[in-house]
Design a protein. Structure first.
Length: 108
């Protein structure tokens, strides 16, 4: 008796490790978020909060975009380099340069 195959996968029930890894990575790639587009009004607010922190040495929270989960960093703005599009942020014991293009929100 000849049995008809229902699908192309009926002839191969085994999955190679490479295929499994590729399927998992494709599923992860589909679940990644895209970066929100900020309008000019939002950029103006971000600029004001950065200037406030730099002038009065007040701590602010900068939210950086990440495809999986946003990153929040708290500190005081030491400098804003507009040519290289980065912010120098003083944290508790260290400082870090943050790309302006990665910033999606700034709060006091």
């Amino acid at each position: 008796m000849v049995r008809k195959l229902d699908s192309i996968f009926d002839c191969s029930r085994m999955m190679l490790p490479e295929h499994k890894i590729r399927i998992i990575s494709d599923e992860r790639a589909q679940s990644l978020r895209s970066k929100p587009v900020l309008d000019s009004q939002e950029w103006e607010l971000i600029d004001q909060v950065l200037a406030y922190s730099k002038r009065y040495r007040e701590q602010i929270t900068i939210t950086q975009f990440d495809p999986v989960q946003d990153i929040k960093i708290r500190g005081v703005v030491l400098a804003v380099d507009r040519q290289l599009r980065r912010i120098k942020l003083q944290m508790e014991y260290d400082y870090d340069w943050i790309k302006i293009d990665d910033v999606i929100q700034v709060t006091t």
